[in-house]
Design a protein around this ligand. Structure first.
Ligand SMILES: NC(=O)c1ccc[n+]([C@@H]2O[C@H](COP(=O)([O-])OP(=O)(O)OC[C@H]3O[C@@H](n4cnc5c(N)ncnc54)[C@H](O)[C@@H]3O)[C@@H](O)[C@H]2O)c1
Ligand SMILES: O=C(O)CC[C@@H](O)C(=O)O
Length: 388
């Protein structure tokens, strides 16, 4: 069993895969892929590929719909790097309003024995302001957004939160002092800092566009640690030029933003901490290996969670279209091969369903014939046999 590794995945994750018997990057026909930001949207799937695990949150670099149609399960690692991003968000805010970038540059220009004296004389040019008492608008209150909101409350900020799709469990984690708004325009009109923490999809391209920026207060500081495509950068630059925005702080630099005193640019550093890289790699490796070895699914972005202990010699793992009679078809096929089902579980999400069937048949010829018959059905997107 081989796994293709893209990007720098922490050793703690790769060791999990090796210890479970996987090889890494040894064939051109791997069963699984583990990656971070590698762009896979144009990747042609190889025949053996059954799973892709993103060590991180965003999956816009993975062709999810095409994966589903090929019966390939895609995983991510919810929350694993949220604290790393949260800390960078507040670091960048303080860097901006305390002029840290320029203060630091200036100090490095000083020479002579009397640096302490020069410092005391020159520091007035870097007088800043505080975030306590200011209003922050948080768009997206998931793993990162809720942490940003809660941290902001602890720092004495007034927090406006916008997330019409928030999951129930995420809503419970929110500090009660966060004021939930149902209209994102309230955030544009009232916030001193605006930070966006939503996944990028085709539907929210340029979520923050000229119209949104025109509603913002002149002194607003805009942050984007989510994805470049969520923000219309041309409109941001125009607003900065006209002094209608104060600062743009982002993890997604591009040429037009370079060398501006009103931008802080980071090289997609949000998740780049020892801790986040380790947890993300471990989660991704565990999810990927569990799925390949047992068919169990946890934290998939395109399939429901499915967990069933495997107590039999053999397990059939099926991805199928969610249409009537699919279970009947599978059960009939097993019956025709004189196979007695011990356990069966089936879950669906939208147009697709996932089925695990456990039984004790071990005859390789019978199993091969069964798999071929099931595979031949056009509504079966993938069929796999796992033996204990
Ligand atoms: N800079 C980095 O290195 C870095 C690191 C981690 C994540 N990210 C980015 O941040 C994004 C968010 O990460 P997360 O872990 O918080 O994800 P998450 O899935 O836990 O939370 C996303 C939240 O956005 C909400 N949402 C979706 N569409 C929305 C909309 N139109 N308006 C308002 N809310 C909306 C969802 O309901 C969800 O609560 C990721 O998808 C990724 O693109 C960047
Ligand atoms: O892997 C990274 O360095 C970035 C990850 C981040 O963008 C994410 O979506 O989790």
């Amino acid at each position: 069993m081989d796994i293709r590794v893209y990007n720098k995945i922490a050793d703690e994750g790769l060791d999990i895969l090796k210890n479970k018997g996987f090889t890494l990057n040894e064939t051109n026909n791997p069963e699984g892929i583990i990656l971070r930001s590698e762009e896979l949207n144009d990747l042609e799937f190889n025949d053996n590929l059954v799973a892709i695990a993103r060590a991180g949150a965003g999956v816009n670099n993975i062709p999810i719909q095409r994966a589903i149609e090929n019966g390939i399960v895609v995983f991510n690692t919810p929350g694993a790097n949220a604290n790393a991003v949260n800390e960078l968000v507040f670091t960048s805010m303080v860097m901006a309003i305390r002029h840290m970038r320029f203060a630091n540059q200036w100090v490095h220009t000083l020479v002579g024995e009397d640096i302490p004296k020069q410092v005391e004389a020159g520091k007035k040019q870097f007088k800043g302001s505080e975030i306590k008492g200011k209003t922050i608008g948080v768009i997206g209150l998931g793993s990162i957004g809720h942490m940003v909101g809660n941290t902001a409350v602890k720092l004495g900020m007034h927090v406006l939160g916008y997330d019409p799709y928030i999951k129930e469990e995420a809503a419970y984690r929110l500090d009660p002092q966060i004021q939930r708004v149902t209209d994102v325009q309230t955030i544009y009109q009232e916030a001193d800092f605006i930070t966006i923490h939503v996944p990028y999809t085709q539907d929210n391209h340029h979520f923050i566009d000229k119209k949104a920026i025109d509603l913002m207060k002149k002194e607003t500081i805009l942050l984007n640690f989510s994805r470049a495509e969520l923000i219309d950068v041309a409109s941001v630059i125009a607003a900065l030029d006209n002094k209608n925005l104060r600062y743009y702080l982002t993890d997604f630099p591009e040429e037009a933003l370079m060398n501006r005193s009103d931008c802080l640019l980071f090289p997609h550093l949000g998740a780049s901490t020892d801790e986040a890289e380790k947890i993300s790699a471990q989660m991704a490796a565990n999810q990927l290996s569990d799925f390949i070895l047992t068919g169990n699914i946890r934290y998939s972005v395109n399939f429901p969670n499915v967990q069933m202990d495997m107590e039999t010699a053999c397990r059939l793992v099926i991805v199928n279209r969610n249409i009537p009679n699919m279970i009947t078809l599978l059960v009939t096929e097993l019956g025709e091969h004189q196979i007695n089902i011990v356990h069966l579980t089936n879950k669906s999400r939208g147009d697709y369903a996932y089925t695990l069937i456990d039984f004790d048949e071990q005859d390789p010829q019978v199993l091969q014939e069964l798999k071929e018959k099931i595979d031949a059905n056009e509504n079966i997107l993938s069929a796999r046999l796992i033996r204990k």
